[in-house]
Design a protein around this ligand. Structure first.
Ligand code: B12
Length: 216
């Protein structure tokens, strides 16, 4: 096995076990060896978190294990993020992103942010547990082309509809394209609640946003 393969294996295993320090060390070593940040992200870190989700579902992992795994991944993300995000160029548009009220999952959202920034968008991240009013304030303040809402719980998905309705009531609906996403969200749900688009992952989020805003 090459050292690069060992690094990918290590990133996967240590993330799965929630060991933050070796994840950071291996990330740095990988970069020193000129490994592609996207490679580390999509071939090791994200698959590890997918496995964490599977283990949680199977009753073998509990919330604390999920949390340490997520934290281990975040340490690496902090290092990789500036390398993936674009530098200097004039932004091609503004994107306001947030995880809806009641929900604190932010890893999927953060990945979308990184890819959107990488594609040249100015990213306004409202964070997690974002109430409808905060989305509305941000639309008024930043005048974004697009707004993204993330939800990872079936119990917080309805908050997306509530937020869209609130944006409508505030008279702002026709000024923005609204995208929704997160593990339990589907295209069908997006249609039902009157969103403009749904994307299953960060890459397609970027593609869809450009398409909705007519940016080639
Ligand atoms: C890590 C994790 C946590 C961490 C979150 C840490 C953090 N900082 O985010 C912690 C431990 C805090 C947590 C807590 C809970 N969690 Co949790 N968690 C997960 C886990 C394992 C991974 C989620 C994740 O980050 N995945 C990685 C990313 C990369 O996922 P992704 O879907 O591929 O992301 C892409 C797309 O979704 C899309 N996308 C994401 N956002 C957006 C937004 C837009 C606009 C677009 C277009 C696209 C888009 O692009 C992303 C990037 O490619 C999932 C399991 C799973 N299978 O999802 C459970 C899971 C989501 N959690 C679950 C549960 C039940 C909980 C708790 C209720 C547990 C508890 N009893 O306390 C709490 C709820 C807390 C709250 N109020 O939000 C359940 C939800 C069940 C359900 N159907 O509702 C899941 C599915 C686990 C399971 N299988 O049961 N959790």
């Amino acid at each position: 096995m090459s050292r690069q393969e060992e690094i990918l294996d290590g990133l996967y295993e240590y993330t799965l076990n929630g060991e933050a320090e070796p994840v950071v060390d291996l990330t740095k070593e990988g970069l020193e060896m000129s490994m592609d940040p996207m490679n580390m992200l999509f071939d090791a870190l994200i698959p590890a978190l997918e496995e964490v989700g599977r283990l949680f579902e199977a009753g073998e992992y509990f919330v604390p294990e999920m949390l340490v795994a997520a934290n281990a991944m975040s340490g690496s993300m902090e290092i990789l993020k500036p390398l993936i995000a674009a530098t200097g160029a004039k932004p091609i548009g503004t994107f306001v992103m947030g995880t809806v009220k009641g929900d604190i999952h932010d890893i999927g959202k953060n990945l979308c942010n990184v890819m959107l920034e990488g594609a040249g968008f100015q990213l306004i991240d409202l964070g997690v547990n974002v109430p409808p009013d905060r989305f509305i304030e941000a639309i008024r303040e930043y005048k974004p082309g697009a707004v993204g809402m993330s939800a990872f719980l079936t119990t917080t998905m309805p908050m997306m509809k509530v937020t869209i309705e609130a944006i409508k009531e505030a008279g702002l609906r026709d000024q923005v394209k609204i995208l929704v996403g997160g593990a339990p969200v589907t295209q069908e749900f997006a249609n039902q609640i009157g969103a403009d688009g749904y994307a299953p992952d960060a890459n397609s989020t970027t593609r869809l946003t450009k398409q909705l805003l007519g940016i080639s």
